[in-house]
Design a protein around this ligand. Structure first.
Ligand code: GYE
Length: 332
């Protein structure tokens, strides 16, 4: 299995950098043929979670630059990780009668009342990168996101191969209640079900940040040392936490990448640098360049064209064996 994944990664590595985020909506809802001059300027509100990771900064940049490229008037709001700020921002967008809303929801639960308000005001809501839990899915237009369960599975399968089916693993989870934290945990655990001698000995949130990832890994290492346990590998739900964990491993006098294997998700440039340096073993890409697909969806819904309920972004896995080859073509 591992060989197969790596072969796929190696083949795909050649085209990486040239391949934009592809998803159903981007392909079916292309609008480049339209005459822009006789269109009114559209106003779109974008409620972003914050700037906790390199991934998120790349996503913000992609949405901002795509809005500028299309002449969209973008109202940007940074929620600093708080759902209440996102709800307030959505309320303000509704009051301002924006044409559409793009929402990257910090957690899955708690969106129904504000989404009902948007629906009543006939303002379409496009979800990017994370999903929501609602009983009525007509409360949003479409979701453009990766398959986080599949990402967790890829990471788990890769690690199981590398560990030869045996070892102690610690897990650094993303933001509690966030779709990628829930699903990446699930996918990873599913992959390990086939490997009963691999144990997840600790699992805790590092909130998707480098600082918290370091702090949590320090505590894991201390605890393991005290209890006479060896940590063979760390699985982080994003690269930033992995980079923090690497620091903690090295400060504890261990070699990251060999004494302790480190696997994560996102595929940001610093992760590739850490792989080239031999400190990170593997990362599963999660493409944040969602601007083009998000605005294709906005334009499609405003033009009354149908959209799929979900568009899944393609992800790939990269490990140290291909890192050097592809690092130059990384776009984020
Ligand atoms: O993996 C992480 C970020 O929602 C997919 O959020 C996104 C995740 C990403 O902070 O780095």
């Amino acid at each position: 299995m591992r060989k197969k994944i790596l072969t796929v990664a190696a083949v795909l590595a050649g085209v990486l950098g040239l391949t934009a985020v592809r998803c159903d909506s981007a392909e079916s809802a292309g609008t480049s043929g339209g005459k822009r001059s006789d269109r009114k300027t559209i106003t779109v509100g974008f409620s972003q979670i914050g700037a906790e990771s390199g991934w998120r900064t790349a996503e913000t940049k992609s949405i901002r630059s795509e809005a500028a490229r299309r002449g969209v008037n973008l109202k940007f709001s940074d929620a600093q990780q708080k759902q209440e700020n996102q709800i307030k921002a959505l309320g303000a967008f509704i009051a301002q009668k924006v044409d559409a809303i793009i929402l990257a929801p910090v957690v899955e639960a708690g969106w129904e009342p504000i989404l009902k308000q948007a629906k009543a005001a006939k303002i379409p809501v496009i979800l990017v990168d994370r999903g929501v839990n609602v009983s009525d899915d007509s409360l949003y237009t479409t979701l453009i996101a990766s398959d986080f369960v599949a990402e967790g599975k890829m990471a788990g399968e890769w690690l199981a191969g590398k560990l030869n089916g045996q070892g102690n693993v610690v897990e650094l989870q993303g933001t509690p209640g966030a779709a990628p934290a829930i699903d990446r945990k699930k996918g990873f655990a599913e992959a390990l079900e086939k490997h009963p001698n691999i144990k997840i000995i600790k699992s805790q949130t590092g909130e998707f940040t480098r600082a918290k990832g370091k702090e949590v890994m320090e505590a894991f290492l201390k605890g393991a040392q005290g209890g006479g346990t060896k940590i063979d590998a760390a699985y982080a739900h994003n690269d930033d936490m992995a980079l923090g964990a690497i620091q903690a491993i090295e400060e504890a006098g261990l070699k990251s990448g060999s004494d302790v294997l480190v696997v994560s998700i996102d595929g940001i440039k610093p992760a590739f640098e850490a792989m080239v340096a031999g400190k990170l073993n593997c990362t599963v890409e999660c493409n944040p360049l969602l601007g083009p697909a998000a605005f294709d969806a906005v334009e499609a819904v405003l033009a009354g064209r149908p959209l799929p309920k979900k568009s899944v972004v393609r992800d790939r896995i990269f490990d140290q064996s291909v890192a050097k080859e592809v690092i130059g073509s990384r776009e984020y």
